[in-house]
Structure formats: C-alpha cells, structure tokens
Design a protein around this ligand. Structure first.
Ligand SMILES: C[S@@+](CC[C@H](N)C(=O)[O-])C[C@H]1O[C@@H](n2cnc3c(N)ncnc32)[C@H](O)[C@@H]1O
Length: 275
C-alpha cells in the first residue's frame, strides 16, 4: 500500500470523520454523514439520556448512538445524542420546521387560539425561525421577529438581527410592525451563568421587558405568551399580568422537555393601555 508522504513539519493527518455542525441538527444531514452510527451501542463514556422513548405519534423509534469525538465535549455529545433521538426533532425535520420549538407554539395556539387569520404577531427570540413559520402558516398577516442570532429568512416574516435589550429594539420593532399587534410571543431565554440567583433574576428581567413591550404594542383584546422558568410566572410579573389581561394561564407543551423547568405563561384579553 502506498504510504502518504509527509510534506514537511506542517503536514497534518487527514480528518477521520467529517466535521459535525451541531447547530444544524434540526435541519441537518443524514446521521451517517455526521460520523454517527445506528443502532445504539452500549459501551462508551457518554451515559446518554434515555433515547427516543415515545415518538409524538406514539410509536417507538430506533435510537441513534453518538460516538465521542476528539474535539467534542462530553456535554456536547450528550446534547447531540438527545437531539438525534428526540421525536420532535425528527418530526420538525420531516415537516419542514426549523426547530422542535415549533411544536410548542402549535400546541399553545391550538389550546388558546392565539393566532387567528390576519393576525399581527411579534416573535421575540425568533431564531432559528420555527415560531415565525408557525405564525405565517396560521394565517398571520404580519409577522415581525427579533433575535441577536442570525437566521435564514422565513417567507412572510420580517426579522431584526438585534438584541431585544438594546435601547433601539422596541422602536425598530414597532416601525417594522407599522401598527398595533394582536399577539406578542416570547421564547427568549437568557444565557445561563450557573449561578442560580443571577440566572433567575435575568430570566425574570427578560420576561418583564417582553411584557413592557407587549403592553406598549398590543391592541385591546390581544395576547401575550412568554417562556418562564422555575414554577412559572411569579410575584410582580404575575400580578401585573392578572391586572392587565382577562385570563392568565400556565402551560407546559408536550414538546417542552419534562426535565426542563421551562413553561409558558399565556395571557389573553389585554385590557388596553390606560392613557
Ligand atoms: C429557544 S430559542 C427560540 C426558538 C424559536 N422560538 C423557534 O421556534 O425557532 C430562544 C432564542 O432567544 C434568543 N434570545 C435570547 N435572549 C435574547 C435577546 N436579549 N434578544 C434577542 N434574542 C434573544 C436566542 O438567541 C435564541 O435564538
């Protein structure tokens, strides 16, 4: 067999497996192209979470094993394993949704009838675009999103690539919206620091800022749905919601992972701004 010639001290060994772009998992390529193997193997360092239990349709699916790779951390391997064995990820891929999160909004919309035909919708924390897709499909007339992460365009939606906490964000969103909104959605999650108290404060602050904006742009009768954590909306935030909306409910859609403290607060029937 011919040996590979060294071309000097800088010569590097050929890569053994293609580079895995984990950010594209929900949209992505075949598992085999990602250096992954089916079916699941028992050995290996990563003790992966219980795989692919029941698919959304009720049937069980094969589990995909993720091999450890030199440059991938243990937590990334676990994340990738969970993604590849998640029935909502598979369903999103099959049905053309950008994210598994799309199924959370689909369920909330079915339960609370948030997005009617011709609705004007604001989507805070919109990347990679699943909720925008759902809003457009539900018949919204105007869909405006914002995220500090970029995302490919969603036909029928206008998305700002900007931090929602930026001073200019509310005005820019209002300009894009060009009038009042019927629905303000927030799926934003503040990046965690690992310090529980700090993380909690940041989450609450983000939800409160989303509510400030919602109350500034919602038409009377409008709705606000917002991701919250740790037992749901609490304290002043909840008091304010109950004061300003006729109905306030908590919901944990099936696509929201059971082990996550994430849930949604859905407030409908905005009473309007007191001028
Ligand atoms: C769970 S993802 C949203 C998924 C989206 N609903 C979908 O269906 O594709 C949360 C998003 O919130 C965004 N986000 C968090 N904080 C933000 C902020 N301050 N301004 C803008 N976007 C933010 C993150 O960048 C992330 O893309």
């Amino acid at each position: 067999m011919e040996r590979r010639k060294s071309t000097g001290p800088k010569a590097s060994r050929p890569r053994k497996r293609p580079k895995v772009d984990i950010a594209k998992t929900a949209l992505g390529a075949e598992p085999e192209k990602r250096g992954l193997k089916q079916p699941i193997e028992k050995k290996g360092k990563a003790k992966a979470p219980e795989a692919a239990s029941a698919a959304p349709g009720g049937q069980r699916e094969f589990s995909v094993n993720v091999k450890t790779a030199r440059k991938r951390s243990h937590s990334s391997t676990l994340w990738l394993h969970r993604q590849l064995n998640d029935p909502f990820v598979a369903r999103a891929k099959a049905e053309g949704y950008r994210s598994r999160a799309a199924y959370k909004l689909l369920e909330l919309n079915e339960k609370f009838g948030l997005i009617g035909k011709g609705a004007r919708v604001v989507d805070l924390g919109s990347a990679p675009g699943g909720w925008c897709q759902v809003a457009v499909k539900a018949g919204a007339e105007k869909v405006v999103g914002i995220d500090y992460l970029g995302m490919p365009p969603v036909p029928g939606a206008d998305v700002l690539e900007l931090d929602f906490l930026d001073d200019e964000a509310p005005e820019k969103l209002k300009k894009l919206l060009g009038g009042e909104a019927d629905v303000v959605l927030s799926d934003m999650a503040a990046p965690t620091t690992g310090h529980k108290a700090t993380d909690h404060l940041r989450i609450v602050a983000l939800a409160e800022t989303a509510l400030d904006f919602a109350e500034d742009v919602l038409a009377p009768g409008g709705s606000f749905a917002c991701k919250v954590f740790q037992g749901g909306a609490e304290g002043e935030f909840l008091t304010r919601l109950k004061r300003d909306f006729t109905s306030v409910k908590h919901a944990k859609p099936k696509a929201s992972r059971a082990e996550s403290a994430e849930m949604y607060v859905v407030a409908t029937g905005f009473r309007g701004r007191s001028e």
